[in-house]
Design a protein around this ligand. Structure first.
Ligand SMILES: [Zn+2]
Length: 455
C-alpha cells in the first residue's frame, strides 16, 4: 500500500526547520522497515504568501507499507511526535497529513495552484475530507495547505535535488564554521551543482544565516553526484547527518504556471510596456511604471536594492521598451498602483529614446540658454538671441540588449531557475525508486535516536 506523509509550517523565525523534522522522521520510519517509493520531496510554493516562515517549503514522504497497518494510530502517534517538536510561536501553524493510496486529479491541480496563488484553509479541508486521508493541525492550520500541496506535487516535469547537512544540537545558533573554498569551487567542478556561490556578492549561497539546524545545502541535478560532492566538502563542524531531497527549487515551476495577474500575493508573468523612466526610491530600490499589454492597466515594478547589477539593468529601461516581467504583486502597495516585485526580466524590444534639450547655438554649436519664459534662447558667448528657438530632441544611445535578466544568485527565490540550469532543464529528467542509502545518512553518535511506537 502506498502512503504519503505531508507536513508544513513547523519552523519559526526562532529556529527549527521542516526539512530537519523530515530527516528525524525518516530515521524513525527506516527503523520500522518502511520502503521509500521516492526521494523525500521538498516543495517550494508561492513565495509571496503572507504569514509564511522563510522559504515557504513543505515536505512529502512516500512509502510502500503493508496494508494491514493501523493508519489512524500511525497518524495520531506521528502527529503527536511532530507537533511536540514544532516551534511554539504565533507564526507557526503546522499541519500534518497522512494519505493512504491516491486522492485523484483534483490534488495535482491544487498543487499547481499553490505555486502561484494564496489558497484557503476551507478549500484545503474540503479536499482532505476523504476516507483515505488522516490529518491534524495546530493554530490556524495554515500548514495544511503546504502539506497537501507537497503531497500533490509529484515533480513530474523538471526537478532538482538538494543535499542538506544538519548541525549538531549544541552548535545551533552559533556562527557556522565552513570552508569557503569548498563551496566556491563546487559549481565549476563536475558534480553538476548550481547556485553554491554568488560571485556577484562573494556570498556562499549554500550556507544559510540564522538559528536553523541547516549547516549547508548543496543543490544539483543528480542525487548521486550531490553525495559525491558532499564528500569533498571539508567539514569544519560535526554534523548529525544529511538528507537528499527531490525538489522544485531552481525550476521556475511557479512562473511556468503563472498568469498576468495583478492580484496581491500572486505569482505573475506580465507582458508590459514601460511608461516612464526609472526612479530611485527610499532604500535604494529602483521603481518604474509599466502598462500591462493585455488591457493597458498600469502598475509599479520594483527592483530591490540587494539585487545590485540587476537594478542597474532596470535603470536602463526607457518609455516604450517592451518587457515580460516575472514576479509577484506585493500585498501592501507603497503607492496607489499595485506594486510588482521583479524576479525575472525579459527585454523584448528596446525603443528609441530621446530627451528634449536646449537648441544649439547656430554659431558656436554649444547649448543655448533660455532667454525667459516663451522668449526663446540666447548664446551668452556669441551674443546671439533666437526668440523662435525651441527645445530639440536628442536621441540617447541605448546600450541595453534584448534578452533575459536575473538578479544575482544570492537574491534568487528558491524557485528561480539560475542561468546555469537553462540547458539542463530542457532535457527530460527521470529517477528510479531510491534505496534509503540514496538519500539518508544519519550519525547517531551526534543525532538523537528518535522512536515512535505505533505497532
Ligand atoms: Zn554661440
Amino acid at each position: 500500500m502506498k502512503v504519503t506523509l505531508g507536513f508544513d509550517d513547523t519552523d519559526s523565525p526562532l529556529g527549527n526547520c521542516t526539512t530537519h523534522l523530515a530527516f528525524s522522521l525518516l530515521s524513525i520510519l527506516k527503523e520500522k522497515g518502511w520502503k521509500p517509493l521516492d526521494f523525500p520531496r521538498l516543495i517550494r510554493n508561492n513565495p509571496n504568501v503572507p504569514f509564511k516562515t522563510r522559504g515557504n517549503g513543505s515536505v512529502a514522504l512516500t512509502f510502500l507499507v503493508p496494508s494491514s497497518l493501523n493508519f489512524e494510530k500511525i497518524h495520531n502517534e506521528l502527529s503527536t511526535w511532530l507537533f511536540n517538536r514544532t516551534a511554539d510561536h504565533e507564526m507557526t501553524n503546522p499541519g500534518f497529513i497522512l494519505l493512504v493510496g491516491e486522492l485523484g486529479s483534483e490534488l495535482s491541480s491544487f498543487a499547481q495552484r499553490a505555486l502561484i496563488k494564496v489558497l484557503t484553509i476551507d478549500e484545503t479541508i474540503s479536499l482532505l475530507d476523504h476516507p483515505s486521508v488522516y490529518y491534524s493541525f495546530k493554530g490556524t492550520g495554515q500548514g495544511l495547505i503546504g502539506s497537501l500541496a507537497a503531497i500533490g506535487n509529484e515533480l513530474k516535469n523538471d526537478f532538482t535535488y538538494e543535499l542538506l547537512a544538519y548541525r549538531i544540537a549544541n552548535n545551533r545558533g552559533t556562527k557556522r564554521r565552513i570552508d569557503r573554498e569548498s563551496f566556491i569551487r563546487l559549481d565549476d567542478s563536475s558534480f553538476q551543482t548550481f547556485s553554491s556561490y554568488d560571485s556577484d556578492t562573494g556570498r556562499i549561497a549554500s550556507v544559510p544565516n540564522g538559528p536553523d539546524p541547516v549547516l549547508y545545502g548543496i543543490r544539483g541535478e543528480s542525487a548521486n553526484l550531490l553525495i559525491s560532492a558532499n564528500s569533498v566538502i571539508k567539514q569544519l563542524e560535526k554534523i548529525e547527518g544529511w538528507c537528499v531531497f527531490r525538489t522544485n527549487q531552481g525550476t521556475d515551476e511557479h512562473l511556468v504556471n503563472a498568469f498576468p495577474s495583478l492580484e496581491p500575493y500572486e505569482v505573475s508573468l506580465i507582458e508590459a510596456k514601460v511608461v516612464n523612466e526609472p526612479d530611485i526610491i527610499a532604500g535604494g530600490h529602483t521603481i518604474l511604471t509599466l502598462e500591462r499589454s493585455s488591457d493597458g492597466s498600469q502598475f509599479h515594478a520594483l527592483a530591490y536594492e540587494p539585487s545590485k547589477s540587476f537594478r542597474s539593468t532596470v535603470k536602463e529601461l526607457r518609455p516604450d521598451d517592451r518587457l515580460i516581467v516575472g514576479g509577484s504583486i506585493r500585498g501592501v502597495s507603497p503607492s496607489e498602483l499595485p506594486t510588482f516585485n521583479i524576479e525575472r526580466l525579459d527585454v523584448i524590444e528596446v525603443a528609441p529614446f530621446s530627451r528634449l534639450v536646449n537648441p544649439p547655438c547656430p554659431s558656436c554649436n554649444k547649448r543655448m540658454e533660455s532667454d525667459g519664459v516663451n522668449a526663446g534662447y540666447k548664446c551668452k558667448k556669441c551674443k546671439i538671441k533666437d526668440p523662435s528657438a525651441t527645445k530639440v530632441p536628442v536621441f540617447e544611445s541605448r546600450s541595453l540588449e534584448k534578452g533575459r535578466y536575473l538578479p544575482p544568485i544570492g537574491a534568487h527565490r528558491h524557485l528561480t531557475m539560475p542561468f546555469s540550469r537553462y540547458d539542463l532543464a530542457k532535457q527530460k529528467k527521470t529517477y528510479s525508486t531510491p534505496q534509503w542509502s540514496d538519500f539518508l545518512s544519519i550519525d547517531f553518535s551526534h543525532a538523537n535516536k528518535e522512536h515512535v511506537d505505533f505497532e
